[in-house]
Design a protein around this ligand. Structure first.
Ligand code: ADP
Ligand code: MG
Length: 244
């Protein structure tokens, strides 16, 4: 298979069970999902439908009970813990609702830390961080600490960290949830730009207007994909309020 056609992420028959016996919860039940370069996939569904679990499994934060997760051709289950950590740092960017920046590090240091962990020299890491911050319109704020930044600025730093160093799969769990409407739109525009530049992304969101930025919307219920809407229909679905 041509590597440019190969999905960045492939999930095949993925199930995730928590606990055992009569208290067992089936958080994911047979998920098949591919994400390609240049593709932004929105995931919607009620609370408890498995959205966050899907992201955690896609990003190798947990190994599913069953099924295969393949990131850029690598079967995550076959990797050692060290290989998995390296793949996560190299290929994956996570963005969470609460930003997850380290408060005692500057914006720039928050971005360089994973690069330096991956053995990139500090000068090159600083340059990459500078470029990444410029890419989110924060070139002047590299020395600021998270507490000195607004929520929207912190989220933009988190996105810069998620894409720095050519990370190609962005996994975002309600990244606009804590932001006002205008800032939320800015974050979506930024995510869309990074995807158009060649990344793949999964965006978990409750907001129809944010899902409208996606190429596809996948609907989860009880850990299953129950519906899927493609680009041509995304705007219709959003317009008629069919997305909850
Ligand atoms: P969502 O993000 O859509 O709200 P989650 O993926 O967080 O859904 O949760 C899916 C289901 O799995 C829920 O029933 C939740 O209670 C359960 N769950 C999630 N994480 C755990 C865990 N670590 N241990 C046990 N149950 C969990
Ligand atoms: Mg969740």
């Amino acid at each position: 298979m041509n590597t440019t056609d190969r999905p960045i992420l492939r999930m095949v028959g993925v199930s995730q069970q928590y606990g055992t016996g009569h208290t067992a919860v089936s958080a994911l039940a047979g998920i098949d999902l591919d994400v390609h370069r240049g593709e932004l996939v929105a995931v919607m569904g009620a609370s408890g439908s498995g959205k966050s679990t899907l992201l955690a499994v896609a990003g190798g934060l947990q190994i599913p009970t069953a099924g295969e997760v393949i990131v850029e051709g690598e079967h995550l289950a076959d990797l050692t813990a060290g290989q998995l950590a390296a793949l996560r740092r190299r290929s994956l960017g996570f963005v969470f609702q609460d930003y997850n920046l380290i408060p005692t590090l500057t914006a720039s240091e928050n971005i360089t830390l994973p690069l330096e962990l991956d053995g990139i020299g500090s000068r090159a890491a600083r340059r990459a961080a500078k470029d990444a911050l410029a890419g989110v319109g924060l070139e002047d704020r590299g020395d600021a600490y998270p507490d000195d930044l607004s929520g929207g600025q912190q989220q933009r730093v988190a996105i810069a960290r998620a894409v720095v160093g050519g990370r190609r799969l962005i996994l975002a769990d309600e990244p606009t949830g804590a932001l006002d409407t205008v800032t939320g739109e800015q974050v979506m525009r930024l995510l869309r730009t990074r995807v158009d530049a060649g990344a793949g992304a999964i965006l978990v969101t409750h907001e129809a207007r944010h899902a409208a930025w996606a190429d596809r919307i996948v609907f989860l219920r009880d850990g299953r994909i129950v519906d899927e809407t493609h680009r041509e229909r995304v705007e219709d679905v959003v317009a008629i309020g069919g997305v909850r």
